[in-house]
Design a binder for this molecule. Structure first.
Ligand code: NAD
Length: 302
């Protein structure tokens, strides 16, 4: 990362991901004006030189680029269409990059509305989780105007190492949803394999090692498989967020009808976890659903 970049970034949403991304932009040399509806969310950023402001317009008005990292579609709609939003107060640089994971169809509508007031919107959801956000190594999937993409690239490079322009508005979100579909089904497959192996008294750590050397190997088995076995339910990517993403996948599959039976089944498992109050746990805690289904437990899921 360099420390010589110039430009003002309005950063909206300072949660688990956003606060790390805002910090990386500051450390790359950008002036960052950051806003979150929860005032305490950004406090920790002041020590890194982030200008944490108390309202949306103060963050966005003079920005060369506005970047958002918000929970879901309604929150992004709020900062675009709501009071003090980008439609009524277009930022000086006329560039908005939404890095949240939201609905592709809503993204296109927001992009069209913003274009009418001269603002280019890109969708640029990410993969890599809190660790990728902290280390500035996110994978970023970008949809939208090519000229907007080249203007945004220096800023995105301060937050991620793998940048791809994958198509028109909404394409970044669609690719991200396909990523989540694959991840969700993979997590479910790992839960099923571990539950079956546990029922047959197999040594789970050893099985994971063996499988990591073969064709069933995956990032999920490597990282989350260990956490399932060890009983570490602590959040990285939360159950609630994955359930939100699976809902977005299923909604997208209704708009252009595509049957996704495995995704629908996995969503039910995630709902089971939520129903038991486990939404704030990491995705590896999906294995607890199998404790209930099988009546078995290991140290992993205490
Ligand atoms: P988070 O809930 O920790 O943070 C979201 C922040 O947005 C909160 O601080 C909240 O107060 C703030 N906010 C909500 N509405 C707002 C508004 N109208 N104006 C300003 N601030 C507002 O969520 P997160 O984990 O940082 O995830 C953010 C996005 O990134 C989500 O769309 C998520 O799906 C995606 N994502 C998360 C991860 C992960 O591992 N956490 C990984 C990849 C992608």
């Amino acid at each position: 990362m360099n420390n010589n970049s110039s430009g003002i970034v309005g950063f909206i949403g300072l949660g688990v991901m956003g606060r790390e991304m805002a910090r990386n932009l500051t450390q790359a040399g950008y002036t960052v004006r950051a806003f979150d509806v929860v005032p305490a969310a950004g406090e920790v950023l002041r020590q890194f030189g982030v200008d944490v402001v108390s309202d949306l317009v103060s963050a966005t008005r003079d920005a060369d680029i506005v970047i958002s990292m918000l929970p879901d579609t309604p929150q992004v709609e709020e900062i675009v269409r709501g009071e003090g939003g980008l439609l009524s107060h277009p930022p000086r640089g006329k560039l908005f990059v939404d890095m949240s994971t939201i609905a592709p169809a809503a993204t296109r509508q927001l992009s069209d509305a913003l274009l009418a007031v001269g603002v280019t919107m890109l969708d640029a959801p990410v993969s890599g989780g809190p660790v990728g956000a902290k280390n500035g190594t996110l994978t970023i999937m970008v949809g939208g105007d090519a000229e907007g993409y080249s203007r945004a690239t220096p800023y995105l490079s301060a937050m991620g190492t793998t940048l791809n322009h994958v198509g028109a508005s909404g394409a970044g979100q669609t690719v991200k949803l396909c990523n989540q579909l694959i991840c969700g089904i993979n997590i479910q497959a790992i839960c099923e394999a571990l539950a079956l192996a546990r029922a047959w008294d197999i040594n789970l750590p050893q099985m994971r090692e063996v499988l990591m050397g073969g064709s069933a190997a995956s990032w999920m088995l490597d990282k989350l498989g260990s956490s399932m076995i060890e009983g570490d339910a602590s959040a990285g990517f939360r159950i609630d967020l994955m359930m939100k993403d699976l809902r977005l996948v299923l909604e997208a599959a209704q708009k252009h009808p595509v049957p996704l039976p495995a995704t629908a089944l996995v969503a039910t498992q995630y709902q089971n976890a939520q129903a038991y109050g486990e939404g704030a746990n990491g995705n590896q805690a999906l294995f607890k659903v199998y404790d209930r289904l099988t009546g078995q437990k290991n140290s992993a899921t205490q």
